[in-house]
Design a protein around this ligand. Structure first.
Ligand code: ZN
Ligand code: ZN
Length: 537
């Protein structure tokens, strides 16, 4: 931006392309890291070692999690090369260049990065989402849409991992996974969940520790490999986790707990092979040799794999998984194939998304109202699906660049921001006794029409075919409703009484004399209003 070269994330396993053909001392003026997942952070240590003067920044929580990317190195030997930046507080890096981090959901410490470059004439804003998630999950609050609404950046660089796919509600995803695990245990199967070191594994642990299907049940959950190291790293992050999690951890340990059921423990290496003697749950690294856990003479196993957005096609998941395994563990893969055939081993997938689905992605874009949208991160077919959406094409300049291409981003001095399209909001229903509560996202209240809708706090609901239509009742309507429309003209009530004027009773012989009355009020000395009396005749 301006004269500054900024590197956003560095997930390269081999950073040599960054150093190749360099005509300047450094490959960038500064580096910003959105979050600690390997595909965004893996290359940072090598980058620091190659260019020690290159400043690298991230959120404080991210700086705690970064070492998980280099587990083969003694943590004490990893230098603290990454400087922590505060959340929601602008920092000036250089003349005219400033940055502000916003929590992005997805993973503790994950941030969306807003960069502003200001000249004498005007300022330019770029927002980079990193990986983001709008929904709250167990250990991370979702990206707060209201903090970024109406930002109108010139450029938005946004991830589109799930393309235009639509996901069930978060709670539904959790319930489905909990139900599947519970069913396996009931059938005397052990459950093996291979996951990345950070994020998904801890989410699942927290789900198992707080879901009604599991709380209090006599179940053993074993955690192995870098997932266990990841859990330890989370324990250092407590002040950065949601308040609900901090409260939880005041009453019981967040992860390691031998007393409160279900028990969660580190798996000692010597128990790996015999752990399935009685049905249990094992959470381990997705890169581990899973045959180490599966003694299929002891127990039958269910392997649950996270659904990957890039895996599609008609090949059964278990088959493609065995194919993938074959590269690294050929013997194990052969055995798995046989075990799947005999039914001792079952392989299935589940969805517990850590990224927004298509509607969530477009919702963020419409709330930001950028000039340019640049899609990154994920399968090119998925990104192309998003890029092709009419609702985006009609409003913004949409780009979906291949790696290594330079993107031209012409910026208009006056860009007319088109109105966002109508959004369908997703809510939740709760039925409690005789009351039904409908919970809607707070984004709905950002619309100027909300003021009028919620004016009185009362709504009218009516069926229209299969659909329920809600309408806000206005003050005027309420008054009019009470006095005329809803009351039959021949009803003996204050609304139809000749002594009622300006909602007060003026009949000296009435016990209500001088008081404010409601239209449907009544007293024994009611007398029909003259006009209404005549109308009746
Ligand atoms: Zn990520
Ligand atoms: Zn990512």
């Amino acid at each position: 931006m301006g004269p500054y070269r900024i590197l956003l994330d560095c997930g390269m396993a081999d950073i040599s392309p960054l150093a190749a053909g360099l005509d300047q001392e450094l490959p960038a003026d500064l580096v910003l890291c959105s979050h600690a997942h390997p595909d965004h952070a893996r290359g940072l240590l090598a980058l620091h070692q190659a260019f020690p003067q290159l400043p690298i920044y991230a959120s404080e929580a991210t700086t705690y999690l970064l070492p998980l990317n280099w587990t083969s190195i003694d943590p004490n030997k990893i230098p603290h090369f990454c400087q922590a930046l505060p959340l929601r507080s602008p920092v000036e890096f250089a003349d005219g260049l400033s940055c502000e981090l916003y929590p992005a959901g997805h993973l503790p410490g994950a941030t969306a990065i807003r960069l502003t470059y200001t000249t004498d004439r005007r300022s330019y804003t770029l927002l980079y989402t990193g990986d983001f998630f709008l929904s709250n999950s167990r250990l991370v609050e979702g990206l707060p849409l209201e903090a970024l609404r109406g930002l109108e950046p010139e450029v938005l660089i946004i991830e589109g991992t799930y393309g235009t796919a639509r996901h069930p509600h978060r709670r539904q995803q959790e319930n489905q996974l909990a139900e599947r695990i519970s069913r396996a245990l009931a059938a005397e199967q052990s459950v093996l969940l291979p996951v990345p070191a950070l994020g998904l594994g801890q989410e699942i642990l927290m789900l198992l520790r707080s879901h009604h299907q599991f709380t209090g049940r006599n179940i053993d959950i074993w955690v192995d490999g870098n997932v266990a190291v990841g859990c330890d790293a989370y324990l250092n992050l407590l002040p950065h986790l949601p308040t609900s999690v901090q409260n939880f951890s005041r009453h019981q340990p967040l992860f390691w707990d031998e007393k409160i059921r279900p028990r969660v423990r580190r798996l000692p290496p010597e128990l790996r092979h015999s752990v399935g003697q009685s049905p249990c749950i094992v959470i381990t690294d997705e890169t581990a040799d899973l045959s180490a856990y599966l003694d299929l003479d002891l127990s039958s196993w269910l392997i649950l794999l996270p659904q990957r957005p890039s895996r599609f096609g008609t090949t059964p998941e278990s088959v493609s998984w065995v194919e993938l395994t074959r590269d690294r563990f050929p013997d194990a893969a052969k055995q798995f194939k046989t075990d799947i055939k005999t039914g001792r081993l079952t392989v299935e997938t589940y969805l517990l998304a850590q990224h927004c689905d298509g509607p969530g992605t477009t919702q963020l874009i419409h709330n930001l109202r950028p000039q340019h949208v640049v899609f990154i991160h994920g399968n090119s077919t998925y990104l192309a699906d998003l890029t092709g959406l009419d609702e985006l094409q009609n409003r913004y300049h949409v780009h979906c660049p291949a790696a290594g291409t330079l993107v031209e981003l012409p910026i208009g001095e006056t860009f007319l921001h088109p109105a966002a399209p109508e959004t369908n909001y997703e809510g939740e229903l709760t039925e409690l006794g005789t009351v039904v509560t409908i919970t809607l996202p707070d984004a709905i209240a950002a619309d100027p029409r909300w003021q009028a809708f919620a004016d009185t706090g009362l709504v009218e609901a009516r069926w229209q075919g299969e659909e329920l239509v809600l309408r806000g009742l206005s003050q005027r309507e309420l008054l009019a409703d009470r006095s005329d429309r809803s009351l039959p003209a021949d009803l003996a009530c204050c609304g139809n009484c000749r002594h009622q004027r300006g909602q007060r009773c003026w009949n000296q012989s009435s016990p209500l004399f001088g008081f404010k009355v409601t239209p449907d009020g009544y007293c024994p000395v009611f007398e029909p209003a003259a006009g209404k009396d005549e109308a009746k005749k």
